[in-house]
Ligand binder design. Structure first.
Ligand code: SAH
Ligand code: SF4
Length: 358
């Protein structure tokens, strides 16, 4: 029987599992506390848990399944981790420092099938979904790293913006939220968690119906179908006339603000005309919208794209503001350490392939 990660279970699931395996219900709260409050890395360290229960857990679950391959630290305090999964696949996790707290960017899939033309993650087809345990474990690894530093720091925010399309791994993503959000555990507030999707409209409807306060970001990147299909082929399956009604449903149902991500690509989507089209597209929902303008992070393999000029960025921003659209330009973190999603991983895979050839 193959062991799975203990982090994959929500508190309810752990409780049922322990009861089904002949343990008392209260053991679940104890184990949970050791995992997420005291944060041990071995079942044998769970001092008030009886030997039988420890043996049972040890037989069925792993605590650590990720191996840290690389840890790159940037001058601004951003740390990028490259982890090896048990099956040898590589994933990335990033820790960023902001004035409001420490935020971790997690990966949800090995590669990505959406294949956006500007993205390093989409260069490599999806190999598989991550389990909920593997997503939680990324947070735990970063938290263990912080614990080792002894400065009493905790991960306070999460962005689901690493490699992969989270809405294409929906159920595991939801279990991940339930684990990290649990008040008896890491207790990371739902309002401090943001999930970004390339725009899978059917899943946006589903997400709107979840009774959860997690923030939603949608990667829009273009204000019309022609341009959006050119840079994001997902727009064929979910063009704007399918995506926008799903967003309207979400806004109506939750009354929560939504973020639209818009990468500025030089001479592709950064003209005044597109800024005007975008303002028009968002006009009726501008009270609940925020546009995050993202300076493009150049990816070696996508050399058809360059970053917009400063003037173009300022101009685009100004046009949106003039039309009453809330917006900002994303402050970049860790630009000296391959910070664009998927870059560290794709470079490492390339290096490994070259090594294998020689
Ligand atoms: N798959 C999801 C979440 C992961 S990508 C999505 O696409 O929304 C997170 C964000 O990073 C997305 O807005 C994506 O468009 C953006 N991104 C991808 N490659 C980038 C690059 N090279 N430079 C800047 N942003 C990039
Ligand atoms: Fe996948 Fe998001 Fe990259 Fe598009 S931007 S290829 S959806 S990870």
């Amino acid at each position: 029987m193959e062991k799975t990660s203990i982090y994959g279970l929500t508190l309810d699931q752990l409780t049922s599992w322990l009861v089904e395996h002949g343990q008392k219900k209260f053991r679940a709260a104890q184990v949970w506390d050791w995992l997420y409050k005291k944060r041990v890395t071995d079942f044998s360290e769970m001092k008030n848990v009886n030997g039988d229960c420890i043996k049972l857990l040890d037989e069925h679950f792993h605590i650590q399944t990720l191996d840290q391959e690389i840890k790159q630290e940037s001058k601004d305090g951003t740390i990028k981790f490259l982890f090896k999964l048990q099956d040898g696949n590589l994933i990335e996790t990033v820790l960023m420092r902001f004035n409001y707290g420490l935020s971790v960017c997690v990966t949800t899939q090995v590669g990505c099938n959406i294949g956006c033309t500007f993205c390093a993650s989409g260069l490599l087809k999806k190999n598989r979904d991550l389990s909920s345990g593997e997503i939680v474990e990324q947070i735990m690894n970063v938290q263990h790293h912080l614990d080792e530093q002894g400065k009493d720091e905790r991960v306070s925010h999460i962005v689901v913006m690493g490699i992969g399309e989270p809405f294409d791994n929906y159920d595991n993503m939801m279990d991940f939220f339930r684990v990290v959000n649990d008040q008896k555990g890491l207790s990371i507030g739902a309002r401090h968690i943001t999930v970004s999707t390339s725009g899978l409209a059917d899943k946006i409807y589903k997400f709107a119906d979840e009774n959860i306060q997690i923030n939603l970001a949608v990667s829009l990147h273009a204000p019309n179908n022609e341009l959006r299909t050119k840079i994001m082929k997902i727009n064929r399956a979910y063009p704007l006339e399918k995506l926008m009604p799903a967003i309207d449903y979400y806004l109506e149902k939750t009354n929560r603000r939504i973020t639209f991500e818009y990468i500025l690509l030089h001479d592709v989507n950064d003209h005044k005309e597109e800024a005007l089209q975008l303002a028009k597209l968002l006009k009726d929902k501008r009270h609940l919208s925020y546009v995050n303008l993202i300076p493009y992070n150049p990816v070696d393999e996508h050399n058809q794209y360059q970053r917009s000029t400063k003037d173009a960025i300022v101009g685009f921003y100004g046009t949106l503001l003039d039309h009453g659209i809330n917006c900002g330009v994303r402050v970049e973190q860790g630009t000296d350490i391959d910070a664009a999603c998927g870059q560290l991983r794709s470079k490492q895979i390339k290096k490994d392939k070259e090594k294998a050839k020689s």
